[in-house]
Design a binder for this molecule. Sequence first.
Ligand SMILES: [Zn+2]
Length: 652
Amino acid sequence: MINEQISKETITAVAEKHGKDSLSQITRGVEQVARRWRETDGSAEDFQQFCVDHFLADETEREIVFQRFIKNFESLKGNLHRIYRDFNWMLHVDAGEMLPLDHLFANYDVHAHVNEDMFKTRLAFVILLNFPLHTLVEKSSQGADWSRRKWAETRLVEKFADRIPGDVKQQYTSAYTAVESYVYDYNIYMGNVLDENGEAMFPKDLKLISHWGLRDELKGQYANEDGHSRQEIIYTIMERIITQEIPAAVINNPDVRWQPESNRLQAANGNSIPSSSSEGGKRYEMLLKTFAAERLLDPHTPDNPTLVERRFNDDREILETEVEALLSEVLSAPVLQEIAALVETRLGRKLRPYDIWFTGFISGGGYPETELDRMVQSRYPNVSHFKEKINEILIELGFTAEKAKYLQKYIEVDPSRGAGHAMGGQMRYDSAHLRTRVPEGGMNYKGFNTAMHELGHTVEQVISMNDIDYYSLEGVPNTAFTEAFAFVFQARDMAVLGLESDSPESAHLETLHNIWQTMEIAGVSLLDMKIWRWMYQHPEADAASLQAAVISLAKEIWNQYFAPVFGCKDSPILAIYSHIIFCGMYIPDYAIGHIIAFQIEDYLKSHSLATEMERMCKLGCIAPQVWMKQAVGTSISVTPMVRAAEAALDAL
Ligand SMILES: [Zn+2]
């Protein structure tokens, strides 16, 4: 509602009161407010009066306003986060039976009205009037020379760059919560999965969530001599999920036996034969639901009017083209074909598409899973034992006893419903929560491996929240960086168990494992990106055409990058990732995380993990490429990983 004429008059009026010396700051500030001022905020005269009253030409006043804001903002964000954590407790934490009520609590978005209220109270306008917004290009090109204070101011004002109405946010959250529940309730009772002779192939009580549980079971089977047939059947289950031919009756249902190969059902315990109608596209209806939710936001983020732009320009702060180039570079590395030959030799068979999850490079692949399980079970019989031993783990990783104790104090450990996750606090000295799955009888190796990953997250979260110089700089540049620290910890799980040998061979194998894993997730990332681009190009598409597109894009990526490595064509396996369905294009962060992690890991070979991680975490959420240069001396690049893989192959 504020046109150019009113803006101009306002700039003149503010300059008359505060002096022409500040003209460029006044112009920028008034324009930032004008673009977001609505009729409900007041008349043109109100707008002008507001700008005259609240512009701060004096540096001391600006300082006071800045400090007041970050103090109160921490209180607002931190306390709301505590409520969010409580309201979602039953969904995230295995704390007894879930009630329908718990879903209603999870639907209650405590943040829904914050943005709107900040504008209604005009607090947002005070910040927008006095602190400049910067583009991604400015931050990437000049940010290296900015002071910490300038970064802190930039991050503060960016919180008000978008103005999203509360009812829109609420609808958005409800949609994602519904899709998240669909994913978290998608279990397969493996004890009821039969081969073509009608024989059970898995332990009676094994219940696996798609896709993590299925994938991890498949990985675990590499250590078993006769694991191959089980891997094949898991692959068939995955294909049935992707193509939606899976009978709806086998999802989350312990009473049905299933032969995935023929897709036939059998009743368990003398019940009648269940209906064999397929899931029939629900998976893709869920994905469309998240797309519809994102489209609700689109008109309210005019600088970045699609999820694709928001993810890259706002959240990740790395250009889409830059990310795509990194992914494509790693996927096209000729060294992958040489590694594939080595994997074939190790497996003694031709590669299958699911060998994207081959784990035999790392020393852990050599130990039978049952032995590792026993070892972990006796160390961590329950959740509280894991919490008690956090300081020992951290000391093992090189942290001082004092620092380890401090970190342990601010990390709570809760039993998880899902595979595990980490939830940092949002104000200083509020604990980070590590969620991990500990079955009856004690933690198993898979659970421990995940718990180490989540421990990496929580250590980062505690340091980058509690020890930061400005609250608005808390955290890391984007989620790829927190994944990097999680991977660094996860990769040291064997060392923590006292198992890893320090031979150069195991280091080389670790390198091959790294690039293989990065290849896998880079493929899924590209698919995730292409799916979102496709949805924006086909906004009216229904679930059936989305399903066809997802499968065709998955095969296209497979045939371009994976077929030359694996020697087989047309696999849709990349589409099995549940994160594609419920995370709104989050997956590329995992791939970037692997790339960044490798660079950090490489750097840490000649430096101390504990000291350097602390230094890096205190850099806070400055722009990714700037962070990377300050952390390890170079920008984000796959070259070190590819070079290291080549060298490892030569040495082996
Ligand atoms: Zn993670």
